[in-house]
Design a protein around this ligand. Structure first.
Ligand code: CA
Ligand code: CA
Length: 291
């Protein structure tokens, strides 16, 4: 339980032991704590390639390449994205910048990881390679069945607490939008709400039965936060990465949980699958709750 509180604080304070953001543009877009699970999204944006106004003097200046690629000019002075040489990545400041790939190899930083992945583009190996978690690769104990069942109890309690924390801190009205705020207000003001703390699993189970309605929105909200590239009602491995990558070293059931969540095993977690994983009843799954 403590781990969840630490995690919440880390996220909210943007002090997560994750690689420092390399693209300042991301930093500017994201207010501290405004969007806890997306704070590090830039680290995982494999799929986005955006072309903006091309500066006259240097066509590469405003030409954005996805992670692992850098802009170069071709023979016609046209910008194009090419794989970055890992040797040009900034040296990691510390071990906390290391990341572990799904190939179980430790990379010096996410820059090194994505540069390596880019070089493997088009190959089966490259297709299968993802950033698994933040930090050097380490032994992760197998997740036992009973532990797997405990995971969603803690996670949905944590999601609810994240929402309440955002609501409490939202003095400048930029952490939650008005519709989200209205929904969280109901949770926040409900006297029956289980306060954040170190609760036993029994109590978490009991609270979910008693105060089920308080959990429905936070579960939807988290899905909406992740489902943005593209926003299509399905979470890809890349979209899920900002949530799972920092979590895996602390919660050894993370991988098993999200794997099990993909009930039809199509590699995407649909909203219905996601909600079901957190015990939300089928009739309460509502894409309009993602506001
Ligand atoms: Ca999506
Ligand atoms: Ca699926």
């Amino acid at each position: 339980m403590r781990v969840w509180i630490v995690f919440l604080l880390c996220l909210a304070g943007k002090a997560l032991a994750a690689p420092a953001e390399e693209e300042p543009v991301i930093d500017e877009q994201v207010e501290v704590g405004s969007n806890p699970v997306q704070v590090e999204t830039g680290e995982f944006d494999e799929a986005i390639e955006v072309v903006e106004d091309v500066a006259a003097e240097n066509p590469c200046l405003n030409y954005h390449c996805k992670k692992g690629k850098v802009c170069e000019l071709d023979d016609n002075n046209e910008p194009l994205c090419v794989c970055q040489d890992p040797l040009t990545c900034p040296a990691p400041v510390g071990e906390f910048e290391h990341v572990c790939g799904t190939d179980n190899k430790t990379y010096d930083s996410s820059c090194h990881f994505f540069a390596t992945k880019c070089a493997l583009e088009g190959t089966k190996k490259g297709h299968k390679l993802h950033l698994d978690y933040i930090g050097p690769c380490k032994y992760i104990a197998p997740c036992l069945e009973n532990e797997l069942g405990e995971f969603p109890l803690r996670m949905r309690d944590w999601l609810k607490n994240v929402m309440v924390t955002l609501y409490e801190r939202d003095e400048d009205n930029n952490l939650l939008n008005e519709k989200q705020k209205l929904r969280v207000k109901k949770i926040f003001e409900n006297e029956k709400r289980l306060q954040a703390g170190d609760h036993s699993l029994d109590l978490l189970v009991l609270d979910f039965e008693k105060n089920y309605n308080m959990y429905v929105f936070p579960v939807h909200w988290q899905f909406g936060q992740l489902d943005q590239h593209p926003s299509d009602g399905f979470l890809s491995h890349t979209e899920l990465a900002p949530l799972r990558a920092p979590l895996i070293p602390m919660e050894h059931c993370t991988t098993s949980f999200f794997e099990a969540c993909d009930a039809d095993q199509d590699k995407y977690i649909a909203l219905e699958e996601w909600a079901n994983c957190f015990g939300i009843k089928e009739q309460d799954v509502d894409k309009d709750l993602i506001v």
